[in-house]
Unconditional design. Structure first.
Length: 111
């Protein structure tokens, strides 16, 4: 059976919580990247593009995590003392030619 392609414009607007949860569990718990989920022939009779799944994940995280992040920020700003550690992390980046190179990124860790 051939998978049906549905307009990305329609799909980017409507997704059930169960569909989004399934995609996120596959991606973050089972370490299955979106391109692999897009190509999986056993997933369903409907294929979703990576772009559509990305839109769903971003919207879901904005909706679900914004109140938690706001509360964490509020509590941090109320603290009398904050301890921070500026840790330099090595990360890989791609230059304009597509080759990987090492770069440093400073992050702050609060306690």
């Amino acid at each position: 059976m051939k998978k049906k392609k549905i307009s990305a414009m329609i799909l980017s607007r409507f997704a059930s919580p169960e569909a989004i949860d399934h995609i996120m569990v596959q991606k973050f718990v089972r370490a299955s990247p979106l391109y692999r989920q897009e190509q999986d022939p056993n997933s369903s009779n409907i294929s979703f593009s990576r772009q559509t799944m990305t839109i769903w994940i971003l919207r879901a995280t904005d909706d679900r995590w914004a109140p938690i992040c706001d509360e964490m920020h509020r509590r941090l700003m109320q603290a009398e003392v904050l301890y921070a550690d500026k840790t330099t992390l090595q990360i890989l980046k791609k230059n304009k030619k597509g080759a990987n190179f090492r770069s440093s990124h400073k992050s702050r860790i609060f306690q």
